[in-house]
Design a protein around this ligand. Structure first.
Ligand SMILES: Cc1ncc(COP(=O)(O)O)c(C=O)c1O
Length: 620
């Protein structure tokens, strides 16, 4: 049995009894905390490992449709007859989108995470969630027999053996869903106001539908002002508390990685690695990869024009794949080198005998664009591409894409951008900046696990390479792309579990949002910089050229300073720092990417100060 990864939220209703409270918005847009309850539900579902959310809307549907812009894993479909039909009609409406087992949830529910976990962990294929007595008014009682549900009713007298109260969160197998639809289609003519609970009851005689009971579950369906009051005063605070406790209980010991990737990941990304075994040639896996491909493109706003090609490799593999696949045999690539990763592109060219023009700049210095233009002019006839690093992680400098791109356009060249450690950490727009090829990997600012690299390619530029003489095999960009798009299979064996972790990481990126993540990173940088200045440190790169994702710090001249000892002291306290690399002065490096927070940076600064003081290291 595969893990359930789809959720269907029924959200078509009008909620007329709540109009005073939420001004005609749909019920899911009621707000009890920082966000509407529907967005809290989405975040909870993603936390529980759901990767596809289908919302059936109706009343004021545009509110839900807007959510799709923020969360690419959300799909919506409208029940056009929402005013006259019941919830089963809404569920039936979604049949063109529902292809798998799913969790079914009502949009006006608030519930604790444990509800989802219990159903997802349930060994039953079909499980209706029940709670103990709530006294909420409006309860639906569920009659049971031998682990199976028998009937449901608002009148307790109708129930022979009480199992509990219906919560409104259920796990439905695709098989049961098809039976529900077939049954409902016969009922709709006579009774369009038919609800899914009634359909489950009608089928329960012939089909085994089980239940899971959580006696003291914190939940409430908010249908009227009384419910709303009860939610605000009692249930919502209880849910918050319980969810925090559950998340804490599952915590994996946390190390604060201040090395520039692999970065600290969320526990949910770590847990996403534990999945059922699946042959990667199965369509189910192909669809996972296809979804990831599309969303990797969305992160940099390349929908419609760009394609993602994935490789099983560290980031360098993606760079190698790109450079060795897209530069034509008779042309040269201009490689800008102001750090070890620019140098690495030059080394790749040397390894494959790709013609190149080198532009070497001392590590830590910004690009001189007049010089760059002169080099282009001097080599115009032989050049086809400019390759450079966006965030040169060796030193923390940001090479501005727009300026390189403007020159490339002026001289009709394509650009190859190594955005390994900036993708998803700094907003990038491949269309606005006219980026032909952009490379990154799963384990940096997108916050997945190491083992995957990807190249986001302009489809037009990629297609141009179709008949280029091959210099590579495993790493050919066009061949990997066409193999996947034709077969929905990766050309070579993929790291299955790493894909599931990346799926989770991408969803969490969209939950945090592009600006949210960039701001969290920048806030950490500001606190780090301030703190380091207070401790007397100086930096290699000027603030105006800084990517604000990694800081190269000039090492103290005090003979008592020893990087390795400082590293070990901090490592024992949960902080991993990184040595410098090839800069014109000695440095060590601290990055502020991954699932870490300003509070972690403050704790780190305190530990660093303690180390310097204990060892009487002067930094002035
Ligand atoms: C800008 C840049 N390019 C390339 C790489 C190489 O990536 P990997 O070590 O995953 O091969 C890195 C790694 O940190 C990087 O920061």
């Amino acid at each position: 049995m595969s893990r359930v990864r789809t959720a269907v939220i029924l959200a078509a209703g009008i909620g007329s009894r709540l109009r005073n409270i939420h001004n005609d918005k749909p019920k899911g847009f009621l707000q009890l905390g920082d966000q509407p309850i529907i967005e809290e539900s989405i975040a909870r579902l993603v936390f529980a490992g759901i990767t596809e959310i289908i919302i059936v809307n109706g009343y004021q549907n545009h509110y839900y449709d807007e959510l799709k812009k923020k969360y690419p894993f959300v799909k919506t479909i409208k029940n056009e007859d929402f005013e006259t039909t019941g919830s089963m009609y809404s569920l039936w409406t979604a049949n063109e989108l529902i292809k798998n087992d799913f969790l079914l949830i009502e949009s006006d529910l608030i519930y604790e995470l444990n509800a989802l976990q219990t159903l997802l962990n349930s060994t039953y294929k079909n499980a209706i969630l029940l709670s103990g007595k709530t006294g909420a008014g409006d309860e639906v009682y569920v009659g049971v027999n031998d682990n199976r549900i028998v009937n449901m009713s608002k009148q307790i007298e109708d129930i022979k053996q009480l199992g509990g109260e219906l919560v409104g969160v259920s796990k439905i197998s695709f098989e049961l869903y098809k039976k529900m639809n077939a049954f409902a289609e016969k009922v709709f003519d006579k009774k369009s106001n038919y609800h899914y609970e009634d359909c489950l009851t009608d089928l329960a005689r012939d089909v085994e539908i089980n239940y899971e009971l959580i006696d003291d579950l914190a939940w409430i369906e908010i249908d009227d002002e009384n419910h709303h009051q009860r939610a605000v005063n009692k249930i919502y605070p209880l849910i918050k508390k319980r969810d925090e406790e559950l998340q804490l209980s599952k915590k994996v010991e946390r190390n604060i990685l201040l090395n520039p990737g692999p970065a600290t990941t969320t526990d949910t990304v770590k847990y996403a690695l534990v999945v059922e075994d699946i042959c990667p040639r199965e369509l189910e896996f192909g669809e996972l990869v296809e979804g990831i491909r599309q969303d990797l493109v969305k992160v940099v706003h390349g929908e419609g024009t760009h394609e993602a090609v994935l490789f099983t490799s560290s980031g360098t593999g993606g760079v190698e794949a790109c450079v060795t696949s897209v530069v034509p045999e008779d042309k040269a690539v201009l490689v800008i080198n102001n750090g070890a990763y620019g140098k690495r592109i030059q080394q790749i060219c040397e390894g494959y005998n790709i013609k190149q023009v080198k532009f070497d700049i001392p590590y830590g210095d910004p690009i001189d664009f007049n010089k760059l233009e002169q080099i282009i002019i001097d080599n115009k006839d032989q050049l086809s591409h400019i390759a450079f690093i966006h965030h040169e992680t060796t030193v923390g400098i940001l090479n501005p894409i727009n300026k390189v791109s403007a020159l490339a356009q002026k001289y009709d060249l394509e650009i190859i951008v190594d955005a390994m450690s900036s993708y998803a950490g700094i907003p990038i727009d491949v269309k606005k900046d006219n980026i032909h090829f952009l490379i990154s990997s799963a384990n940096k600012c997108i916050q997945g696990m190491a083992g995957l690299s990807f190249v986001i390619c302009s489809r037009e530029s990629l297609n141009k390479t179709a008949n280029y003489k091959r210099r590579n095999f495993y790493f050919n960009l066009f061949d990997n792309y066409t193999f996947f798009t034709k077969s929905k299979q990766m050309q070579f064996t993929p790291p299955v579990q790493i894909f599931y972790a990346l799926r989770q990481a991408i969803n969490e990126y969209f939950i945090e949002t592009e600006t949210g993540r960039a701001k969290r990173y920048e806030d950490m940088y500001n606190v780090l910089r301030e703190g380091l200045i207070k401790l007397g440190f100086k930096f290699l790169v000027k603030d105006e050229h800084h990517a604000k994702l990694l800081t190269a710090i000039i090492e103290p001249e005090d003979p008592k300073y020893d990087f390795n000892k400082m590293h070990d002291y901090l490592y024992e306290r949960g902080f991993t720092i990184y040595p410098g690399k090839g800069a014109k002065v000695n440095t060590f490096r601290l990055s502020n990417i991954g699932q870490i927070y300003v509070e972690d940076i403050k704790r780190f600064l305190a530990a660093l100060e303690e180390y310097l003081q204990n060892n009487e290291i002067s930094n002035r």
